[in-house]
Design a protein around this ligand. Sequence first.
Ligand code: ZN
Length: 133
Amino acid sequence: MHKIEHIAIAVKSLSTSIPLFEKILGNPCYKIEEVPSERVKTAFFQTGESKVELLEGMDPEGVIAKFIEKKGEGMHHIAFGVHDIMKKIDELKKEGFEFISEIPKKGADNKLIVFLHPKCTNGVLIELCQEIE
Ligand code: ZN
């Protein structure tokens, strides 16, 4: 892992949360993107070399809606940047870690992403992401 790529926050509404985070961070939202594979709408803010990503679910029955129902709005996952996602998956598998899916998917912001299973990370949802060249 070479940096914290982003911290993702689950929100009920991007339209109310974007102006809030623009005020907190002092930076404008630079991109809103739908990720059909994850059924989420995302909004990005740059904070130094890392980003804050707001996540709004596109389905009332989807993972973000369920997360908010259970835990309320708040921190959803932390994403670490890696240079070679397949290599990192292999290394972590050898250490006994499990993934929600071992096959990287195309995530928001031109990234390949995978999630470690929270049952082997003390309940923290951790994403690995690699920039698509
Ligand atoms: Zn993420």
